[in-house]
Write a new protein. Structure first.
Length: 317
């Protein structure tokens, strides 16, 4: 089969098109003929071995695919990679049927980005009706869905941040009440001005001073949910005395941990997301489709921070 392999860690340049033997499904696994592959920011960390889960060489990156198994359309989360290929093996437990009316883009958008936004708002932030929500990187894969979900679930004011006029316009189109420049020197001041007071919830995957200044903008009992570090710069250490003194909550979220929760939380999230799409209340935003052989180009586009929505790879090209 055609695949993309990493034999040395690094940036997009280490993604090499190769021919590999077809994978074989073991006990509790399914073999999927891949139609489209989802590209996530985590994949760029996986390729350079800076992800939360260490990578092992040689590596076929990619954690999600949509395709067919036994003649049925499925979308799946993979275990440790293997997605950048014409065929992929996935655990049965993380393979889900794709309802009629859900296209490949939407299936993949809801699987990782949609579920991430759902968990952030439901489990980390516990959004209550009327609360203000800041969505950093609001034109990205998670951000575009988080903006829509926050409005659908009764947020009082959704504040989007993005780095260009086009991205801010997209966030407003998706329901944000205000969109501000993510490159602002003082994000604390910008958020306070945009909300007219301190903010209740911040969803952050940027890191660095964006995180530091967002924490400073939280209202009493405000919550910041941290789920990535696209800026590749760590925030400052948090002084728990300040957390106590301002009655704030700072939490982290790594999607694989959702499968450790009691009950079928991930399945519930995915079903609810698909239902919202079919009801016309939620939509996936296309971010571009690349040939499998140009996985490097997809990573370069993603790391440039110029993309919007969901990026895909086509294994047929």
């Amino acid at each position: 089969m055609r695949a993309v392999q990493v034999t040395e860690f690094g940036g997009p340049e280490v993604l090499t098109p190769v021919e590999l033997p077809d994978p074989v499904a073991g006990p509790g696994e399914v073999l999927i003929d891949v139609d489209r592959i989802g590209v996530n920011y985590a994949d760029t960390h996986q390729a350079e071995n800076s992800y939360l889960a260490p990578s092992q060489l040689p590596l076929v990156p990619g954690g999600e695919v949509v395709g067919t198994h036994d003649g049925k359309r499925v979308v799946a989360l993979l275990n440790g990679g293997g997605g950048y290929a014409e065929k992929a093996v996935a655990p049965e437990a993380t393979t889900f049927p794709v309802p009629d009316g859900i296209d490949d883009l939407t299936a993949l958008s809801m699987l990782v980005q949609g579920a991430t936004a759902w968990v952030l708002l439901r489990k980390n932030a516990h959004l209550a009706e009327g609360e203000s929500v800041v969505v950093h990187a609001a034109a990205g894969g998670v951000g575009t869905i988080a903006v829509q979900l926050a409005k659908a679930w009764g947020a009082g004011r959704v504040i989007a941040t993005a780095s260009s006029e086009e991205k801010r316009a997209l966030a407003l189109e998706l329901g944000a009440d205000v969109a501000v420049d993510s490159r602002a020197e003082d994000m604390t001041e910008v958020l306070l001005d945009a909300n007219g007071r301190r903010v209740d919830i911040v969803l952050d995957m940027v890191g660095g001073k964006t995180t530091d200044q967002s924490i400073a903008a939280l209202a009493p009992f405000g919550r910041l949910a941290f789920y990535g570090m696209a800026g590749r710069e760590s925030p400052k250490p948090v002084d728990l005395r300040n957390v106590l003194g301002h009655s704030t909550t700072i939490s982290g979220m790594w999607l694989p941990h959702v499968f450790r929760l009691p009950g079928n939380v991930f399945g519930t999230a995915l079903t609810e997301l698909f239902d919202l799409v079919l009801a016309g209340k939620l939509k996936a935003i296309p971010g571009g489709e690349f040939a499998l052989s140009d996985a490097r180009g997809a990573h370069e586009a993603l790391r440039s921070r110029k993309t919007v929505g969901k990026l895909l790879l086509d294994p047929g090209k």
